[in-house]
Design a protein around this ligand. Structure first.
Ligand SMILES: Nc1nc2c(ncn2[C@@H]2O[C@H](COP(=O)(O)OP(=O)(O)OP(=O)(O)O)[C@@H](O)[C@H]2O)c(=O)[nH]1
Ligand SMILES: [Mg+2]
Length: 441
């Protein structure tokens, strides 16, 4: 997400950073480019106008012109304003003091509501809640089945019946109370377009169960359409937050950057893939850093903590200190990374990997399978001492793994690069690294 914008902004700021002093016209020129970059990213034009004028007022202030590092100062201003634009601080979901809490997910057809219900159920169960999924989309039988499949995969209970949606929702809250479930997540029906019957049904459900959270699920790939849809839902039904899906496919980020400013409602979650763990909490400051190509170390560390085996991580750290990182470790790393989700979504969070690096590094998760096959075809000695893998060994490995010598070469090249990168990385103290990274705020 945001790759295109990140590349452009990095380019603009690189020029500024290179200069010792900045004049008012340098700044104005740069901001013109920023404006264009935002418009090209499909950000709402009114939002862009307001944004640029905010940045300009601050940037042309004495502070920047007098500063010894004017380029840095401007990046800081843009970073702060981007954070503001995205909503300043994360807004958490509300929970009722008297359980069950009800989340009601609404949105157009195919926006990702059912998937989002599954993601939220999974996430909040991990946080110690007891969710009940509710199938209130009764118009398509397949819709109920889809939620049933997700519920089964997650081993989370589901409530469904042949009644009308309002009655289903009422009954589900009753059931949750009886069964000691403290979180009811309602999957509502989608429509192709916003129409009166849909709005009426949603309003009736709202009246019947008074949800703590009405969350609009909107498809980021639809850009400004998503923003307009959100505006209408907010006016007609009232929203508490937004779950922006398919951000993994949206390189521009226009919806994410406009939706808060246009609707006044916060983005709370971002969907970054079809799998149920492809969910990110939305933190405006972290996203702003990511857009500016500065990575998002905090989310990365959190994600790692959530999924990575700490024992394994400690072992790895020791190895790194002794500089004995082998292909076996590389393989173990791959398994850990697989647990964390798609490689792309992880790489995006690493500082400096945001824009150009990501463009050149499109990683196909299927390629991972090939990598596994190649490593599996190596002998123990080869995995421990990859430098012994010469031409004839490469041929044998390619044959054994059903790949080609090019694939083996490529993998070894990547491995040696990673070995080198990790060596450098392990010399850095992560805490210090984070501090330095965020210190200009
Ligand atoms: N790449 C990607 N695909 C997603 C994401 N969220 C959902 N999808 C996919 O989008 C499609 C539609 O998702 P659903 O959850 O069925 O959408 P829905 O809003 O429930 O659709 P209706 O019930 O027909 O209104 C499915 O193929 C999902 O796998 C996401 O964050 N990223
Ligand atoms: Mg659905």
């Amino acid at each position: 997400m945001f790759e295109d914008l990140t590349i452009k902004l990095e380019g603009i700021f690189k020029k500024l950073r290179g200069r010792g002093k900045l004049s008012e016209s340098n700044i104005k020129d740069a901001l013109k480019e920023v404006r264009l970059a935002l418009l090209e990213a499909d950000v709402n034009y009114k939002v862009v106008k307001e944004f640029i004028s905010q940045v300009e007022v601050k940037a042309i202030g004495q502070e920047v012109l007098r500063s010894i590092t004017p380029g840095q100062q401007i990046i800081k201003i843009v970073n702060d304003e981007l954070t503001n634009l995205l909503g300043k601080e994360r807004v958490e979901m509300m929970f009722s003091a008297q359980p069950p809490t009800v989340f009601m997910l609404v949105g157009l057809q195919g926006s990702g509501k059912t998937t989002a219900c599954g993601k939220l159920a999974r996430y909040y169960r991990k946080k110690g809640r007891f969710p009940l999924l509710v199938a209130a989309d009764v118009y398509r039988p397949a819709a109920v089945d889809q939620l049933k499949i997700l519920a089964k995969m997650l081993d989370i209970p589901i409530f469904s019946s042949k009644d009308d949606p309002v009655k289903i929702c009422e009954a589900s809250v009753e059931r949750a109370r009886k069964d000691g479930k403290d979180l009811v997540i309602i999957d509502t029906a989608g429509r192709l377009h916003i129409d009166e019957p849909l709005m009426l049904e949603l309003l009736n459900i709202k009246k019947a169960v008074s949800p703590q959270e009405i969350v609009l699920v909107a498809d980021a790939m639809t850009g400004q359409d998503a923003v307009n849809i959100a505006k209408t839902f907010e006016e007609k039904i009232g929203l508490d937050g937004i779950f922006l899906t398919k951000m993994d496919g949206d390189a521009r980020g226009g919806a994410a950057l406009s939706i808060r400013a246009v609707t006044g409602k916060p983005i709370k979650f971002v969907g970054v893939g079809e799998k149920l763990d492809a969910l990110e909490m939305f933190y405006p400051d972290r996203i702003a850093s990511r857009i500016l190509g500065m990575g998002d170390v905090v989310s990365l560390v959190e994600k790692a903590e959530e999924t990575v085996d700490l024992e394994e991580a400690k072992k790895l750290e020791k190895k790194l200190k002794k500089e004995t990182f082998t292909l076996d470790d590389f393989y173990a790393q791959l398994q850990q990374i697989k647990k964390m989700g798609s490689l792309e979504s992880i790489l995006e969070m690493i500082p400096g990997m945001g824009g150009k690096m990501m463009k050149g590094l499109k990683i196909d998760d299927k390629a991972m399978v090939r990598v596994e096959a190649v490593i599996n075809s190596m002998t123990k000695a080869e995995r421990q001492k990859p430098h012994i893998i010469d031409g004839s060994r490469r041929k044998r490995i390619a044959l054994g793994s059903g790949t080609s010598v090019q694939h083996v070469n490529q993998l070894l090249k990547q491995f040696f690069m990673m070995q080198k990168m990790i060596k450098n990385f392990s010399k850095m103290d992560l805490k210090k690294f984070e501090k330095g990274f965020f210190s200009f705020r």
